[in-house]
Write a protein that binds this ligand. Sequence first.
Ligand code: SF4
Length: 154
Amino acid sequence: MAACYTPVSKGMVVQTRSSRVLETRKIIIELLLTAHTGSCVTDLNTNQCALHKLAAELEVSPPRFQVGEPRYYPPEDDNPFVRRDLSKCILCRRCVGACAEIARKHVLSVAYRGFQSKIVADLDGPLKKEVCKDCGLCIPYCPTGALSKPAPMA
Ligand code: SF4
């Protein structure tokens, strides 16, 4: 049963901390970490990475799995509202939901398939201020630091 889709019903018992649930959760986090590349260890934005915090809380070991095709995207600093580092993205789609359902802007979407899947703005162009403007609402919803506030100008 999918927990996010199954309606609550009378008499239902929901296990959230059973050993089976915790073990499954650890494996899922480990799989997500496999796809979460980038400069997390040295990057100042790491403190925004909820995925790493969760992995530490659950005592997840370093990933044993190898990603099929490592993805690398150069960090993008051209937008005054959002810094994008898609190498850290785990394709959770929270930013797409925040952009469409809360900001009601529909700027972000998922494009391509399989290992090429990617969160894109517009038609997979650069995240320019003409495309993604003045909101930054997606940033707190990103659990990995793939979207963050740009560093203040010196
Ligand atoms: S919220 Fe962050 S990690 Fe999730 S899909 Fe968007 S950019 Fe990727």
